[in-house]
Every structure is written in structure tokens, then in C-alpha cells.
Design a binder for this molecule. Structure first.
Ligand code: SF4
Ligand code: SF4
Length: 384
């Protein structure tokens, strides 16, 4: 367990303002009814009310690593004056990721990056764009002071003070914030911050974590859920009934911290242009439309089945039981017709007996299920 440090609200915003001299600092900002992560200048941070930076964002922070739209490569081709059939093409890739502080994540948001790391960084092909931003970013997370009615991080083996995926975790205590490094990256960022040691606040921190965890509704038993949802796959009547209200708007996927579908497009002419990667949504009808005209998920029930199954069956089947939903509840809050993934998951597994199956298909040996317990804190910050 590393040391706790204490910062007053003014010291916290002053620290962030100083960091902005050498980093892109992304922090929550209220924009109309939305709270979104935006780059903030040293002046804005110095003048900010710390409370305003602690609001829970309505959209997820995944754009810090996966921008809604990004240039993968720019291309410029020049024709040979003597032989116009010959082209010389120059490819330019974007500059390296800039050092970034992502401030004000919640534990579910930070854990969302761990979910994204598996497909983007752990396969045979690593995504260099995502990887560079991940490497250049320090994640500073606020332990949730209280759970909302739509929060269900406890369903997926987490809790409101989970430090998985974060570099620094801080907790609101009397008069300010108690901060603790989770990784070496986090410890390096806190070095020289000038915050006072606060090991005397350990008990207050633990009490705050326990109180927040107790505010969550109990989790259903999701043991065997991946296999049960897989067995529900061919029950078309079930998926049609669950999806009947869906508008196929895609809000649930665009706001989700773990949804990862993208599309690639080229812009410009054949001689000059750029290749873009942009967010896409598996909930929209054209997502699986092939050039042949065939659409493997033309029905919205098939798309919903895919979305729910990816989160609670396909992903855990592939990645040792970890769900790819982090229980943030954004899809529940923002669905215009109030569809609730919690209801779909519990309805899908209801009445289905778990079959004998390999251990890898069981629900996660979710590592952080105990409220307030930090598996990463083993005497010193972990290396990342
Ligand atoms: S599926 Fe919904 S609750 Fe789960 S991580 Fe995505 S937005 Fe959050
Ligand atoms: S937000 Fe609701 S209506 Fe829109 S695609 Fe998702 S489930 Fe359907």
C-alpha cells in the first residue's frame, strides 16, 4: 500500500494547472445538460471550482485513447512528369501521442480501458495508435462518493473504489481529497506535487469506500452467464421481445466506455487525402451491410443479441471470463426508450441451467469483487 496524500480543493486545481504546462489535461466539463471530457488550459484549471471537475461525465472518457475520428495516415502522390503512369506516394503518419493527464475518471471508466486493452494491445496485432496514447496517458480516478441507481459495477466484479486501470485513485474526505498512487506512472505524477502526507485519513477513506459500495443494489448471480447467454442465442422470440422498443439510434454504444467498433474511410482524391478511423455502432442497420447486399444483422433483434452477447458472453469466452461491460449504466441512463441491459442479461439467463463447461467460459473470477480492496496495492505501486 503506498502513502496517502492530502490536497485541498485549491491545491488540487493548482496541481492540475501546473501539469497543464507539460501535458494535455482532459477533465470533465459541463456543456448544457452534458458533462464531457475536454482539454483544459492551465488558466481554466487554476480558476476552476474543483467540484466542477468532479462531476460524473455523461459520455465515457474512451475518446482520450480512441478519438471519435482520427487520421491514421495522410497520403500524397505526385505523377512523374515524363511518365504520368508512374506515381510517387508519400505517407505521413500522425505525430506521437502527447503526454496526457486524464483527470476525473470514475473506477468503471478506468476499468473500461482495461477492457479495451485486451483486443487493442494483447492480440498478435497491437494497435499502435491506441497503444501510444495509452502509454502517454496517466489516469487519475475519483472513487465514487455514492452510487447512482443505474450503477451496477458490482455485477461485473468491481466496486466504487476499484483501482484497476487507474494510475492514481483519490477519495473525497473532509476538507479535500486523499490521493494514492496505484502505479509507478501515478507515483511519478504525484512527485513534487507538494501534497501533505495523509496516512491519518486512511480510516476515513476506507469508510467512504465502504459506504459507497453499500449504496449499490445487490448483484444477481452471474455465474455461468456467458454460457447461458450463448444458449439463449437461437431464441429469436426472446430477442425480438426484448428489442421491440429499440430505435437503433446507437446512443448506447457511442456512450459506452468499452464499445470498440470502428469504420475506416478515405477522404480526398486519389492523389491527396487521408485515411480515417471513426467510431461506428453495431446497433445501426448498415453496420453489417456487405457490398453484395447481404446484411447478416438486418433485424434489430439480431443487433441487440450481438451487443448483449458481446458484453456478457463472447468477450468473457475469449478473455478468461472477464465481462466487457463495466456496469457504468450510461446506456441505461441515455437510452431514449429506457431499454436496460441489466434487465436483458437477467432475463436472458433466467430459467437456463448452466451446462458443464470449461473453466474459461465461467463468469469471471472477478478479481476486485471485495469492496474497497485494491488488488494492485501490494506495498508499492505496480509498474505499467
Ligand atoms: S454496456 Fe452500458 S453499462 Fe455496460 S459499460 Fe457499456 S454503457 Fe456502461
Ligand atoms: S440507446 Fe436504446 S434505442 Fe438507441 S440503439 Fe441503444 S437500445 Fe436501441
Amino acid at each position: 500500500m503506498s502513502s496517502l496524500l492530502f490536497a485541498t480543493p485549491k491545491e488540487l486545481t493548482g496541481w492540475l494547472a501546473k501539469l497543464a504546462a507539460g501535458h494535455r489535461v482532459l477533465a470533465p466539463r459541463q456543456e448544457g445538460p452534458a458533462v464531457v471530457f475536454r482539454p483544459q488550459t492551465a488558466e481554466q484549471l487554476a480558476a476552476a471550482d474543483a467540484e466542477a471537475l468532479l462531476k460524473r461525465s455523461t459520455s465515457s472518457p474512451k475518446q482520450a485513447m480512441l478519438p471519435q475520428s482520427e487520421t491514421l495516415v495522410q497520403f500524397t502522390s505526385v505523377k512523374d512528369a515524363e511518365d504520368p503512369s508512374k506515381l510517387t506516394t508519400t505517407l505521413t503518419v500522425p505525430e506521437a501521442a502527447e503526454p496526457t493527464v486524464l483527470f476525473g475518471c470514475r473506477p468503471c471508466d478506468a476499468r473500461g480501458f482495461v477492457v479495451l486493452d485486451r483486443p487493442y494491445l494483447e492480440g498478435p496485432l497491437k494497435d499502435p495508435y491506441y497503444g501510444a496514447r495509452r502509454e502517454a496517458t496517466v489516469i487519475v480516478t475519483q472513487a465514487c462518493p455514492k452510487a447512482f441507481s443505474t450503477c451496477f459495477c458490482n455485477w461485473v466484479g468491481s466496486n466504487p473504489a476499484d483501482s484497476e486501470g487507474s494510475d492514481i485513485l483519490f477519495t473525497v474526505v473532509d476538507g479535500g481529497y486523499a490521493l494514492e498512487a496505484v502505479t509507478e506512472k501515478g507515483a511519478a505524477l504525484l512527485e513534487g506535487a507538494g501534497f501533505a502526507p495523509a496516512d491519518d485519513k486512511r480510516q476515513a477513506v476506507e469508510e467512504a469506500h465502504t459506504a459507497a459500495a453499500q449504496g449499490l443494489a445487490p448483484s444477481p448471480d452471474l455465474a455461468g452467464a456467458p454460457a447461458k447467454i450463448a444458449r439463449r442465442f437461437t431464441d429469436e422470440a426472446f430477442w425480438t421481445k426484448e428489442t421491440v422498443k429499440c430505435l437503433s439510434c446507437g446512443a448506447c454504444t457511442y456512450l459506452c466506455p468499452t464499445c470498440q467498433c470502428f469504420t475506416i474511410t478515405d477522404e480526398g482524391s486519389q492523389l491527396n487525402g487521408r485515411r480515417l478511423r471513426s467510431w461506428d455502432s453495431c446497433m445501426t442497420p448498415l453496420f453489417t451491410l456487405e457490398t453484395s447486399g447481404h446484411n447478416s444483422r438486418a433485424a434489430k433483434s439480431a443487433r441487440m443479441r450481438n451487443r448483449v452477447s458481446h458484453k456478457f458472453s463472447f468477450y468473457p469466452e475469449r478473455y478468461s471470463g472477464y465481462f466487457s461491460c463495466v456496469g457504468c449504466g450510461r446506456c441505461v441512463v441515455s437510452c431514449p426508450v429506457s431499454l436496460d441491459i441489466r434487465h436483458m442479461v437477467t432475463a436472458a439467463i433466467e430459467g437456463i441451467e448452466a451446462e458443464a463447461k470449461p473453466a474459461a467460459t465461467e463468469a469471471a473470477p472477478q478479481p476486485e469483487a471485495e469492496a474497497g480492496k485494491d488488488k494492485n496495492a501490494k506495498g508499492k505501486p505496480k509498474k505499467r
